[in-house]
Ligand binder design. Structure first.
Ligand code: FES
Length: 139
């Protein structure tokens, strides 16, 4: 690891928040970075339209693991609609460092996996289905 990564990113990498397995997940999704083969599994427990629990496992580089740690912190105990509205810009803002095009897939792996997981959550009656948009890279 080197000076490219700020301390808080390394902290999240070394001691990721929400790392583990949910016993009673209502959605579970695996995501992979085809460029390196790293993968994460992200789980949600949705109750009454809120993210009652969230956890992830997997392996990857500091950027991918820190973004998963920060993103899961960010959506925990929030409405699912808030989680579904997260964008690549939100994730890049959370990371707070310049992400090269080569590392963009690392940075957005957790977001893509989250969006796929949310797309499997049955919609609240009368509400539009969430999480069907694909993430777009920030310019
Ligand atoms: Fe594998 Fe970043 S190098 S996710």
């Amino acid at each position: 690891m080197d000076d490219l990564y700020r301390d808080y990113i390394l902290e999240h990498y070394r001691k990721p928040h929400n790392f583990g397995v949910l016993d009673d997940a209502t959605a579970s999704q695996e995501g992979a970075n085809p460029l390196c083969g790293d993968r994460i599994t992200l789980q949600l427990r949705v109750r009454d339209g809120r993210v009652d629990g969230v956890a992830f496992t997997g392996r990857g580089c500091a950027i991918s693991q820190a973004s998963a740690s920060m993103l899961t912190d960010e959506i925990k105990d929030k409405p699912v609609s808030d989680a579904a509205a997260k964008t690549s810009s939100d994730v890049l803002d959370m990371l707070g460092i310049e992400i090269s095009p080569a590392r963009m897939k690392c940075a957005l792996l957790s977001l893509e996996t989250l969006q796929q997981a949310i797309a499997t959550v049955p919609p609240t009656p009368g509400a539009p289905r969430l999480g069907t948009e694909s993430p777009t890279a920030a310019s």
